[in-house]
Design a protein around this ligand. Structure first.
Ligand SMILES: [Zn+2]
Length: 258
């Protein structure tokens, strides 16, 4: 039984990590194809995800869902996250829901003794998580998987300010059409530089914020935000022509450590 559970976790993780999307349409014109499955507007919006497919049931039935409004419940001495981001990016894909940069194998973060390998990072506007009731114009999710398939997300908030040079590199490359992928060469240094130098963070359990909304995802959200210009946020928003944030979910009594 245990084996079946962990295998299916790996399968889900593999699907999610591959494209950030679990389904593909045969006719993918105009970049709207994925909305036939799930999206952010109208009958495909987050409030309907749970009814769309049996596999998406957690989106409506889960009790440990993301995103949340982060209000810390416990002050403890959280161990520093140990980043070893030492590989370059591979490519950047517009999957119809977001812009996702895939990373070559070998970059890891160690969280409480377990290594999680960085698979990809992607963006949401406005932010999905809030911190003490505050939303940010953009949030990046660095998605990692351990050998057993369990997932850890490291999130970076962006605050409106000066133009962000690494974001500029990504924005200048990413395909404007859904389901297109191009190569992009961000160095390991570029990727490290996307993280704030002050690495204090909030830690809590949650889920994927997109279908199938799988739970048991370890969330780590930096307290310190990074800058992004108003024009850069607009450029991302205009590509999709709508927000791509799932609404805040119930905390249901979970601990939020800092
Ligand atoms: Zn995300």
């Amino acid at each position: 039984m245990k084996k079946i559970i962990s295998l299916s976790l790996v399968a889900i993780a593999a699907m999610v990590l591959a494209t950030g999307c679990t389904s593909h349409s045969e006719n993918s014109e105009h970049g709207k194809s994925h909305e036939a499955h799930w999206g952010y507007e109208g009958k495909y919006s987050p409030s309907h995800w749970g009814e769309m497919k049996e596999e998406f049931a957690m989106c409506s039935q889960g009790k440990v869902q993301s995103p949340i409004n982060i209000i810390p419940t416990e002050d403890i001495d959280l161990k520093a996250l140990d980043f070893k981001y030492n590989t370059n990016s591979m490519d950047v894909v517009n999957n119809g829901h977001t812009v996702q940069v895939n990373i070559l194998a070998g970059s890891t973060v160690n969280i409480a003794g377990t290594d999680y390998e960085l698979k990809q990072f992607h963006f949401h506007t406005p932010s999905e998580n809030n911190i003490n009731g505050k939303a940010y114009p953009l949030e990046a999710h660095f998605v990692h998987a351990a050998k057993d398939g369990s997932l850890a997300v490291v999130a970076v908030m962006y605050e409106e300010g000066k133009e962000n040079p690494i974001i500029e590199k990504i924005w200048s490359k990413f395909p404007l059409k859904a389901n297109e992928k191009v190569s992009i060469s961000l160095s390991a240094n570029d990727i490290q530089a996307m993280l704030p130098s002050n690495k204090d963070y909030y830690k809590f359990m949650g889920s994927l914020t997109t279908p199938p909304c799988s739970e048991n995802v370890k969330w780590n959200v930096f307290k310190t935000s990074m800058p992004i210009s108003k024009e850069q946020v607009k450029q991302f928003f205009d590509t999709f022509e709508h927000a791509n944030n799932r609404p805040i979910q119930n905390i249901n009594g979970r601990s939020i450590l800092q």
